[in-house]
Ligand binder design. Sequence first.
Ligand code: GDP
Ligand code: MG
Ligand code: ZN
Length: 357
Amino acid sequence: MKSLGYTDDVAEHARPFLEQGFSIARVIEENRESYAVKTATHEMPAEISGKLRFTAESRENFPAVGDWVAVNTFDGETQAIIHAVLPRTTLIARKSAGQRTELQPIAANVDIIFIVQGLDHNFNPRRLERYLVVAHESGATPVVLLSKADLLSPQDLQTCKEEAAAVSAGAQVIAYSAETEEGVAQIKQLIGNGVTVCLIGSSGVGKSTLINTLAGETLLETGGVREADSRGRHTTARRQIVFLPGGGILIDTPGMRELGLWHAESSLDLTFPEIAELAEGCKFSDCTHTHEPECAVRAAVENGTLDSNRYASFAKLRKEAEWMNERTTVAGMLERKRKGKILGRAIKQVMKMKQKR
Ligand SMILES: Nc1nc2c(ncn2[C@@H]2O[C@H](COP(=O)(O)OP(=O)(O)O)[C@@H](O)[C@H]2O)c(=O)[nH]1
Ligand SMILES: [Mg+2]
Ligand SMILES: [Zn+2]
């Protein structure tokens, strides 16, 4: 089970389920509510039980790739039913794309997040900051990987590395090339036995290629090939785990067009530590650094000690996080109403209050 990433913590959470006769498995693939899980001995397709579907209040409670789950297996471990999701140590999540204000889990129980940006056209410090907020929010350790280093002159490469380091707030930055394998050994070193790594980044930056390089064989399709699922539908929604021969566990994710923040205010401080430090000098302890008098953050922008792009990026992400916090309080209530758990009248009152403001 060690190669699955099983730890003492997981064992602790697993005990009551094992006592009830369930087996413990890890979710290794998720694609629109159809799953694959792996036990100590077998990989098999899995579905969630009717009870779990009914009691899961929101998408957050549905299994995600990387989750440890309590299952019943059937037909000589060729089928599984997922009965419960074990408590998570970390959870990478975003606001789901589109109109609905919903948390969408990306991966669970991840130790390290590789934020991958391609040095061809994809490198963008502002986008990097957004990914870093999401990574800090998850509880996993972010590492910034700059791919396709072979396409840049040594001088341009150095410039990009410095720009990335300037916004990465202490997170390690590694430039590499899957073509020349420069930097790959350094990446490999981070992935110890039983360590779970999730790769996130835009489509085409080289996530699947890196996993193939680390695995030493072509396990995943690359080059923007859209995979077809069992019904022949093209899908880009697939997230899956690859187990490395050395014991590392890698989660590949498809590129996400939108990476909406979810309750990110606390992790903004981790992503912008120099701003958090400056804020201690603001006159008001709840200063939003937008219009207040004697704001140390705006003063730093004005006297040039804080980069104005960095400040603008912070302000934008902070606004988004705040808006999200407001929205989700009401949205969460509506969701519970839909499930019939609380009285409708209370919600109506809240909605009225919101409208009046
Ligand atoms: N030159 C170069 N091309 C790369 C590198 N890594 C990936 N690619 C190419 O980038 C394209 C997209 O890679 P892929 O792994 O499918 O990206 P993903 O969408 O992030 O999984 C493919 O054509 C790869 O061959 C690299 O380090 N150098
Ligand atoms: Mg891919
Ligand atoms: Zn301020």
